[in-house]
Design a protein around this ligand. Structure first.
Ligand SMILES: [Zn+2]
Length: 80
């Protein structure tokens, strides 16, 4: 398999979840990080993505203790 050139942004975005879960093959991580080194918009996207995950994990902890009506109200408000 030949080494591919820089990934396009669309592929980098597509790999984000796998990158954060550390399930990407090493050669893909190399390409991914090479792209991040030169692409500020993907770095910014990655930062906001990580923040979203962090917020979601906090929300899961809250939801575990929250009454069902509150959860439904939150979900409704997020859809608007
Ligand atoms: Zn990019």
């Amino acid at each position: 398999m030949s080494v591919r050139p820089y990934l396009p942004c669309s592929e980098v975005i597509g790999f984000l979840a796998d990158y954060i879960d550390r399930v990407l093959p090493p050669e893909t991580i190399v390409e991914f990080e090479r792209h991040l080194a030169v692409c500020a918009s993907c770095v910014a996207y990655l930062a906001s993505y990580k923040e979203t995950i962090r917020a979601a994990r906090i929300a899961e902890d809250v939801i575990a203790d929250a009454p069902e009506e509150l959860i439904e109200a939150i979900l409704r408000s997020r859809l608007q």
